[in-house]
Design a protein around this ligand. Sequence first.
Ligand code: PLP
Length: 397
Amino acid sequence: MADRWTLDRVRELDERDPLAEVRRRFELPHGVCYLDGNSLGALASGVAQRMRAVVEDEWGVDLARSWSHGTWMDAPVRVGDRIARLIGAHDGEVLVADTTSIALAKLVGAALAARPGRRVVVSTTDNFPSDLYAATAVAARAGAVLRVVDRHELAPALGDDVALVCLTHVDFRTGALHSIPEVTRAAHEAGALMLWDLCHSAGALPVGCEEHGVDLAVGCTYKYLNGGPGAPSFLYVRRSLQDRLENPLPGWLGHEAPFGFEPEYRPATGIRRFLTSTPPVLQLAALDAALDAFEGVEIDDVRAKSSALGQLFIELVDDAGVPGLEVASPREAGARGSQVSLRHARAADVVAGAADRGVVGDLRPPDICRFGLAAPYLSFEDVFRAAATVVEVAQAL
Ligand SMILES: Cc1ncc(COP(=O)(O)O)c(C=O)c1O
């Protein structure tokens, strides 16, 4: 089935792309097809200028007064509200602080403390390892255990001893999706709370935290939200749960009166109680500016385009029929996140060869070549060129 796609046909898709204007909100190096936004998102246009203003004016001139007069103190909640819209949550349900692993550790600890009669946290073997490390350690300290099962064996693992189910929505290797509505419902039927890791979801596909009754979530902001290297994570706690959960790592910023310097901890009401420390102001400024790129953008449109980009990539690889190069992601768009992974015995050589030709993806050893499809800044032509390059490199091995 050769030549299902031609450059002209692909360019027609770009002409009809409702997100075409959004691409101009990013600065990408000329001649590079950047399919690694699921590792580090691209630089959005206003970020450098905003950071310069924060450094030179707010820090350089206003100095410590910026803590009391400026926007620094409320940034974790204010920027969290901007992310809430993208994950189907409400204002006051999302906080930007810490890193994903730390946020996850906090919420696992909070969930276990809220379910004292239940001493099991359930996760899957293919979950992101850092989540498993953090959940194992936190569970052990709470006298609980992490029960790790195959992703297809979740249902039998959900006994009445389970306090929390802790999963990553999009598999970081293959892009395979868990069903948020189905798994969240099953967790609730078992009497457990549900915590989703949305690292590869936020800014890429609809999540529907409120719609699906999600209790808790975490995610990073440096992938599809383009917050920059080391950008802080976000943490979501359903409003009705907030005052029933305790932050296991209390700190002064989560105190009801941080500047009262009281010797006893009194948790703030609402999402602020999950704060621990001083906000990372510069990183929050970069993220805040990066989120401007999502202004007026519907996440359903982002999802529709990334699904189409994925379909194009898969069809081009299939049509080329290179021996040893296989699609490792689900073929059905509804079962796949915003990436296409290919399996090849010499994956490292495929990824390196493509990068030498300006096509940036990444390697997940031993045999996965991973290509992120960030719809806000990728064109169909980018994906056409990327797939052609990957095919050419694999053919030559
Ligand atoms: C799915 C997932 N969870 C957790 C993490 C860890 O994030 P952090 O370094 O912010 O702790 C990552 C990092 O890439 C990830 O992909």
